[in-house]
Design a protein around this ligand. Structure first.
Ligand SMILES: NC(=O)c1ccc[n+]([C@@H]2O[C@H](COP(=O)([O-])OP(=O)(O)OC[C@H]3O[C@@H](n4cnc5c(N)ncnc54)[C@H](OP(=O)(O)O)[C@@H]3O)[C@@H](O)[C@H]2O)c1
Length: 514
C-alpha cells in the first residue's frame, strides 16, 4: 500500500507557524521577479503560508504600494509555474506593500521596524519576520549590521516568532570575506536564525540524494573506496556570460559555481550517514566530509587544477563569440570561465577515490550530474577477454535537465554470439511524478519560515569550502594568464581537463556516456 503524505503533520499547514512578514531587500531586482515572488505565490496557492503572511518589498527607489503590487503580479504572471487566478491574487494583494529606504541608513531600518510593529499591533499577536537579502553582495554587510543595530534581528528572540534572515549567494568572495560576513552574523544573530542559501539544495534531485543514499540499503555497502573507482560532478552551461559580463568577470567559474553548488553536491555524495534527520546532524556530517578534503596540489606534473576561458566556436550549431569579446569584459581579463579539480577525501570511506569536479560556461551542453563510477569486476570471466568489452557500472544522478537516476549495467545482446553491451535502468522524475514539482525557492522559503536549516549552508561549512579553494584563487591570480587555457565554445573545455583524468586512469563521462 502506498502511504499518502499527511499534510496535517506539516506545522505550516496545521496553522502553527506564527503570522509572518517577509521583507525582501532588493525587491525590485531580477531574482524577486523571476523566483521569489512566484515562489511566495505558489506557497500561498498550496496553503503553505501562515494564515497572516505579509510581503514588504524594500529598496532605494520610491515605489508606490500600487506600483509594487503591479510589479509583483506581473512577475508572477510571467514566471510562475502555475497561472495566477483572481481569487489567489485577491488573497495576497492586500498584504503586499513597499518600503523605500537605503541599505546603509539606520533610520530607514527604524522606520521599517515601526511599520512592522504597526502590522503586529493590528493583528494583536506576535509576528515573525523573515528578512530576505536579495541585493548584490556589496550591501550584505550594512543590511546585516542595520538589522542588528535597529533591533530587528532580536525581535522575539528565543521564541517561535524570532526573526530569521535568508542571505543570497555568493557568501563571500574568498575565505577572508566569508569569515568577515560570518563575524557580523555571529555578532547580530544566532546561527539558528540564519539561512545561507544555495538554491541547488532546494532542487528535488539534490534532496532526493539523501533519500536515495539512506533510505535504500543496496547503496551503502558499495558506497566506498572498495567499490567506487571515481566520482565525477559536472555543472555545465552552454550559455555564455550574456549581459552579466561585468558581474561574472569579478567572479569566475570557481567562485560562481564550484565553491557553492558543486561543493554542496560533493558533500552530500561523500558524507557519512547522519545520526538523525535533524538539520545539525546532517550539516555536521557535510562539514566533516569537507574538512577531510586534502589541500589541492596547484602546480607541477601532479597539478590537480585546470582553468580555461572560452574562445569563439559553435554552440548548438550557432556561432558564439569568445569571452574576451563579450560585453563588459576587460581586455586583459584573467577570469576563468571553466574550472576542473581533482579532490581527495582523506577518510576511511574515500581514501584513494578521486572526486573530479568541473564547471564551465559555453560547454557542449547544459547538465548537472553526479556520476559514480564503480570498479570493474575481477578479470576472471568476461573481464579477461578484451572482445567482451566490459564497461564499468555507473550510477548517474541527473540534477538537471531531465532530473532522474540511471544505472548502467552490462548485459548480453540477443543472439547466438556472446556480446556485451551497457544498458540503462532509468528513472525520470517527470515520467514518474509529472512535471509540476515545486521550484527550489518554494522549498527553501518554506523551510526558512519553519526554521529548518537542513537545506541551507552553515557558517563553518561556507568557510571550510572557501578554505580549500581560496589558495587556488590566489595561485591563479599570481599566475596571471599563465595556464589559462582557451577552449572553443561548444566543446567540453580545455584539453588539460581531459589530461587531468587520463593521467589518473579515468575519463570524463558526462557528455561521453555509452
Ligand atoms: N538573479 C538570479 O537569477 C540569481 C540567482 C542566484 C543568486 N542570485 C543572487 O541574488 C541576489 C539578487 O540578485 P538580483 O539578480 O535580483 O540582483 P540585482 O537585480 O542586480 O539587484 C537587486 C536589487 O538590489 C539593488 N541594487 C542593485 N545594485 C546595487 C548596488 N550596487 N548597491 C545597492 N543596491 C543595489 C537594486 O534595488 P534598488 O535600486 O531598488 O535598491 C536591485 O533591484 C544577488 O546576491 C545574486 O548574486 C541571483
Amino acid at each position: 500500500m502506498i502511504h499518502k503524505p499527511n499534510s496535517s503533520i506539516n506545522p505550516l499547514v496545521s496553522g502553527k507557524t506564527p503570522p509572518t512578514i517577509v521583507v525582501i531587500f532588493g525587491a525590485s531586482g531580477d531574482l524577486t521577479a523571476r523566483k521569489l515572488a512566484p515562489a511566495i505565490f505558489n506557497l500561498s496557492m498550496d496553503n503553505l503560508l501562515p494564515s497572516s503572511c505579509f510581503l514588504i518589498g524594500y529598496g532605494r527607489k520610491e515605489i508606490s504600494n500600487d506600483a509594487f503590487k503591479d510589479y509583483i503580479s506581473d512577475s508572477i504572471n510571467k514566471h510562475s509555474r502555475r497561472k495566477i487566478s483572481d481569487k489567489a491574487w485577491e488573497a495576497l494583494q492586500d498584504k503586499v506593500s513597499f518600503h523605500a529606504g537605503a541599505y546603509d541608513n539606520l533610520e530607514d531600518f527604524h522606520s521599517l521596524k515601526r511599520e512592522i510593529e504597526t502590522i503586529e499591533k493590528k493583528l494583536n499577536e506576535p509576528v515573525q519576520c523573515l528578512f530576505y537579502i536579495s541585493t548584490p553582495p556589496s550591501v550584505f554587510k550594512p543590511i546585516l549590521e542595520n538589522l542588528g543595530i535597529s533591533g530587528l534581528a532580536k525581535r522575539h528572540r528565543n521564541r517561535e516568532e524570532e526573526s530569521k534572515v535568508i542571505i543570497e549567494k555568493p557568501f563571500g568572495h574568498d575565505l577572508a570575506s566569508a569569515h568577515d560576513l560570518n563575524a557580523i552574523i555571529n555578532r547580530r544573530f544566532e546561527e539558528t536564525q540564519v539561512f545561507r542559501i544555495d538554491h541547488y539544495l532546494g532542487k528535488e534531485t539534490v534532496q532526493s540524494l539523501l533519500v536515495q543514499r539512506f533510505a535504500n540499503s543496496i547503496f551503502e555497502p558499495i558506497w566506498n573506496r572498495n567499490y567506487v573507482s571515481s566520482v565525477q560532478i559536472t555543472v555545465s552551461e552552454n550559455l555564455g556570460v550574456g549581459s552579466r559580463g561585468g558581474y561574472y568577470d569579478r567572479s569566475g567559474a570557481l567562485r560562481d559555481m564550484i565553491q557553492n553548488h558543486v561543493m554542496q553536491l560533493l558533500a552530500l555524495t561523500a558524507m557519512e550517514p547522519p545520526s538523525s534527520l535533524d538539520p545539525e546532524s546532517i550539516r555536521n556530517e557535510k562539514v566533516k566530509a569537507l574538512q577531510a578534503l586534502k589541500p589541492i596540489v596547484l602546480n607541477g606534473n601532479n597539478s590537480e587544477v585546470v582553468r580555461g576561458v572560452y574562445s569563439q566556436g559553435l554552440v548548438d550549431g550557432e556561432k558564439a563569440i569568445g569571452y574576451l569579446q563579450e560585453m563588459g569584459i576587460p581586455e586583459h581579463s584573467i577570469t576563468e570561465t571553466y574550472a576542473s579539480l581533482c579532490l581527495h577525501i582523506e577518510n576511511w570511506r574515500w581514501k584513494g577515490v578521486p572526486f573530479y569536479l568541473r564547471s564551465g560556461k559555453r560547454l557542449a551542453k547544459k547538465a548537472s550530474e553526479i556520476v559514480v563510477q564503480f570498479k570493474r569486476p575481477p578479470e576472471i570471466l568476461f573481464g579477461k577477454d578484451s572482445k567482451y568489452a566490459v564497461s564499468p557500472n555507473l550510477l548517474v544522478i541527473r540534477i538537471q535537465p531531465n532530473e532522474g537516476i540511471t544505472l548502467y549495467l552490462n548485459s548480453k545482446t540477443p543472439g547466438l554470439e556472446t556480446k556485451l553491451q551497457p544498458i540503462e535502468l532509468a528513472f525520470g522524475y517527470e515520467t514518474t511524478f509529472g512535471s509540476n514539482t515545486p521550484e527550489a525557492y518554494e522549498r527553501l522559503i518554506l523551510d526558512a519560515l519553519n526554521g529548518d536549516g537542513t537545506l541551507f549552508i552553515r557558517g563553518d561549512e561556507a568557510e571550510t569550502s572557501w578554505g580549500l579553494l581560496s589558495p587556488v584563487l590566489d595561485y591563479w591570480q599570481d599566475q596571471g594568464k599563465k595556464g589559462l587555457e582557451n577552449y572553443a565554445s561548444g566543446t567540453w573545455g580545455p584539453l588539460s581537463a581531459d589530461k587531468l583524468l587520463l593521467g589518473r586512469g579515468h575519463e570524463w563521462l558526462t557528455g561521453n556516456m555509452v
